[in-house]
Write a protein that binds this ligand. Structure first.
Ligand code: FEO
Length: 336
């Protein structure tokens, strides 16, 4: 498709190929482009050059290195290179087309949306897809994104052209969304990733869902057997609390819940409160080690409620206490 488009545009010579990121969804076709346009030089930063040499075996003489803030003048067009380390690899950079005020933002501000529309036409849908993109790819680098967003201030931007999803001709919508996602603010929201085998854990989840709803807290149960991990990542972007819910199986936590905890730990969301609920038959030892799986998260850990068998009587009182404790903490955070 790239070559077909170039042919249709009548491009017979390429002098410069700007590489903003060495990950192969951005760089994989560079060897083919260099083969077809052997006079082309790859313009990039030293780190990206190293990665492209390692990952794609591009010879060193094919590169032109640029520094942070350096420009490339092409007659009436000026490209300014802006390093954006750790958004989301160490070598990532953006390119600003000075005359047209277009920011080629690479993965930054991208969305998981394949569309024939060149520009955003449905802001709500695109921001949802951009939130998923942020959650899955950018969230662990929240601190770095803050610094790189600051680098944007003072630049007039008419269009943001990310490498994924449609272009933003109203850049403020995605810049403001990012500002919110990377802020320390959380919502009055609880996410409950859960798995249930024989229905006991499901009863526990349904019970706390009703209780939180009654108390005016948004609650999102996520059945890990049915939902994809990206949905969990999205909900972790701004939820205040996560409650993992698992039955006892094979000497411990259900594998899908272990996976959810591992994933959450790797994504490092700004979640404030965490706990666990679950059901066991005769063992139960091992359910309580979930806290150790989320050691990256700076959370207020609430004592889990682990129930023997199918919940009954006193068990619901314990769940009530858990819900009340979390509600009070949400109040303490100024969320309600
Ligand atoms: Fe970091 Fe679009 O790949």
């Amino acid at each position: 498709m790239l070559f077909k488009n170039l042919e249709e545009l009548g491009i017979t010579k390429i002098d410069y190929l700007i590489s903003s990121h060495a990950e192969q969804d951005h760089s994989g076709s560079i060897p083919d482009v260099l083969e077809r346009f052997p006079e082309a030089k790859v313009v990039t930063n030293p780190k990206c050059k190293g990665f492209l040499m390692d990952l794609l075996l591009i010879p060193e003489e094919k590169f032109i290195e640029v520094k942070d803030g350096e420009t490339l003048e092409l007659g009436d067009k000026t490209f300014e290179f802006i390093y954006t380390p750790w958004v989301h690899w160490p070598e990532t950079m953006r390119t600003y087309l000075v005359e047209d005020k277009i920011l080629f933002s690479c993965d930054f501000f991208g969305s998981h949306r394949a569309t024939s529309h060149l520009f955003v036409y449905d802001e709500y849908k695109v921001i949802e897809d951009a939130k998923r993109y942020y959650a899955e790819i950018m969230m662990p680098f929240r601190v770095h994104i803050k610094k790189n967003l600051e680098k944007l201030s003072g630049k007039e931007i008419k269009i943001i052209a990310p490498s994924h999803g449609p272009l933003y001709d109203n850049p403020e919508i995605i810049i403001n969304a990012y500002r919110e996602w990377i802020s320390d603010r959380v919502s009055n929201k609880v996410v409950v990733p859960f798995a249930s085998m024989h229905g006991s854990t499901r009863v526990i989840v349904d019970y706390v869902v009703d209780k939180f709803s009654e108390k005016g807290v948004e609650i999102l149960p996520l059945n890990l057997i049915k939902e994809d991990a990206g949905k969990l990542a999205m909900e972790l972007v701004d939820s205040a609390t996560v409650i993992f819910a698992s039955p006892y199986v094979l000497s411990g936590i259900h594998p899908m819940v272990v996976y959810a905890a591992y994933f959450a730990n790797a994504l490092r969301p700004k979640i404030k409160i965490a706990t666990m609920v679950g059901s066991y038959g005769w063992g139960g030892k091992g359910l309580d080690h979930l806290k150790g799986l989320i050691s990256n998260l700076k959370v207020d850990w609430i004592e889990p409620v682990l129930i023997k068998g199918y919940p009954e009587g006193e068990d619901f009182n314990k769940l009530d206490t858990l819900v009340d404790t979390i509600v009070e903490k949400h109040k303490g955070l100024g969320l309600m």
